[in-house]
Design a protein around this ligand. Structure first.
Ligand SMILES: [Zn+2]
Length: 258
């Protein structure tokens, strides 16, 4: 599943190809959007900015119209020079924007909606999002407030996945972040201090920022998807187990994460 680093990297690539460029055409090929008239509604409007918040991406057009996208489990954004072969089948394209130089394609992205700029501010789902872990200015205070409003018996690993607490962390970074900080992902929030929670947050942010600079690719996961292998810190065996209501797999080292 694409996490915040992947989406921020996509926002950079898509933004570089779209902002300030002539838009030749916009298509939403899926039948679900056949009646939405996006090509008409967006005709002649330039893309003013492209930004991300957590796992959400926003294409902001002139005239206060914003395309909001969330890739869910398997979507992706592709940016191709004109004439280059796409990396997925055209049948899987949900949005195709052409400029004189590029084709910008969203594949397999079931959440795609055109909304007014003001609705992006008042939309309940978007307003409920916690601070973005990759925001230029990280809002630590709001993260801690949200965390302390959460169920104190919840494990810190599970709480980090909750986009209302912090936006952008998915299953990979939940496990990696707790490992880097040496904190047991099963530790209850009630037994996790603010300093410890911030340690996880800062370490995760730094590695996600590094990933963004590499185009959204994590370098060498330390525990994620490494169950049964040796812990890179203490050589004990890494474990994996489902966590939380959604039973998302958490990877951790029971010997050096406390
Ligand atoms: Zn270890």
């Amino acid at each position: 599943m694409p996490e915040g680093d992947t989406i921020h990297a996509a926002a950079r690539r898509v933004g570089a190809a779209l902002v300030g460029k002539e838009i030749v055409s916009i298509e939403a090929p899926q039948p679900r959007h056949a009646l939405d008239r996006w090509p008409d509604r967006l005709a002649g409007r330039p893309v003013q900015s492209v930004d991300a918040h957590g796992k959400h991406l926003f294409l902001r057009f002139g005239g206060n119209l914003t395309l909001h996208s969330h890739l869910r489990m398997g979507g992706m954004w592709g940016v191709y020079e004109q004439g280059r072969r796409w990396s997925r089948s055209p049948r899987r394209a949900w949005l195709v924007i052409r400029t004189p130089e590029h084709e910008i394609v969203e594949f397999d992205g079931p959440v795609l909606e055109l909304m007014t700029e003001s609705r992006t501010r008042f939309d309940l789902r978007l307003a409920a999002l916690g601070p973005d872990i990759l925001a230029t200015e990280l809002d630590e205070h709001r993260f801690l407030v949200r965390l302390r409003e959460d169920d104190p018996t919840r494990g810190i690993g599970d709480a980090l996945l909750d986009q209302r607490n912090i936006a952008g962390i998915g299953n990979v970074w939940k496990s990696e972040g707790c490992f880097d900080a040496g904190i047991d992902p099963w530790r209850k929030l009630a037994h996790t201090s603010d300093d410890e929670a911030l340690r996880v947050l800062h370490g995760t942010r730094a590695r996600m920022q590094e990933s963004v600079s590499r185009g959204g690719h994590i370098r060498g996961p330390r525990v994620y998807d490494r169950a049964g292998r040796q812990c890179p810190r203490c050589n004990s065996r890494i474990r994996a187990r489902g966590q939380g209501d959604d039973n998302r797999t958490t990877y951790w080292c029971p010997a050096c994460q406390r």
